[in-house]
Design a protein around this ligand. Structure first.
Ligand SMILES: CCCCCCCCCCCCCCCC(=O)SCCNC(=O)CCNC(=O)[C@H](O)C(C)(C)COP(=O)(O)OP(=O)(O)OC[C@H]1O[C@@H](n2cnc3c(N)ncnc32)[C@H](O)[C@@H]1OP(=O)(O)O
Length: 194
């Protein structure tokens, strides 16, 4: 089935996700995977500064506080920003699997408006794996882990090789990321098993 027609539900026979034996313990803050990442990087002044934690199994919890720079309508978060927060949280699941993957498809339901100043509490879970396709779902709630649901998403990530980044990324940033003396950071920038 080609892109665009791929279902967001794992097909019958999809494998259950397996947490990598060296995945960080549940409750561990993952920290930014790349300091220039719009979702989690500390070097992006208007980024989301989303903070993700490992959950049980192949699951992630994350928090992100909506800033004035994230508005669409006055006083409300932009939908694309909320989709970014979902994408970042879902993408963090791959770190628990220790698989390099990129978002192929992301479908978002916007259920409630999210005001500036609100903290979105996100939870993502891997639902199944079929070859290179990783199926995952996420929900975002307002101000509390059990607050009202504001957004939901279903996604398919596609496993790629490291050269997906080195071939396609702008050379300046690739060189700078590879030159970092902290090799754990380099590995995390590319979401690779060190
Ligand atoms: C210095 C910098 C460092 C930074 C390093 C950061 C690295 C750490 C990243 C983590 C960061 C987190 C942040 C959030 C994650 C992003 O936001 S990732 C960015 C957004 N995503 C992208 O840019 C992806 C762009 N798309 C592509 O590059 C290519 O289309 C893909 C996805 C690699 C697929 O191409 P391909 O490898 O040629 O795939 P192909 O062989 O045709 O298909 C393989 C299978 O996948 C399925 N498939 C392919 N495309 C799709 C699709 N769009 N939808 C559904 N199914 C699909 C196919 O149907 C096929 O299924 P089967 O036939 O096997 O059942």
């Amino acid at each position: 089935m080609g892109p665009g027609r791929t279902t967001l539900v794992p097909p019958p026979g999809a494998a259950s996700p397996v947490r990598h034996p060296e995945a960080p313990a549940p409750g561990t803050l993952l920290g930014p995977h790349y300091d220039q990442c719009f979702g989690c990087g500390e070097g992006q002044p208007h980024g989301l500064h989303l903070q993700a934690r490992a959950g049980e199994g192949v699951s992630i919890t994350a928090e992100f506080t909506v800033q004035p720079a994230h508005q669409g309508a006055p006083g409300l978060a932009h939908g694309g920003v909320l989709a970014s927060a979902l994408d970042e949280t879902l993408g963090s699941l791959n770190w628990l699997l220790r698989v390099i993957a990129v978002t192929g498809r992301l479908e978002t339901d916007f259920v409630r408006p999210v005001p500036v100043g609100a903290t979105l509490h996100l939870e993502a879970r891997c639902m199944g794996i079929d070859g290179r396709k990783i199926y995952a779902s996420a929900v975002g709630r307002i101000d509390r882990p059990d607050g009202p649901v504001a957004v939901r998403a279903d996604a398919v990530f596609i496993e790629v090789k490291l050269d997906h980044f080195t071939r396609n990324g702008r050379p300046e940033e690739i060189k700078a990321a590879m030159a970092d003396p902290d090799q754990i950071k380099v590995a995390r920038a590319f979401e690779v098993n060190p």
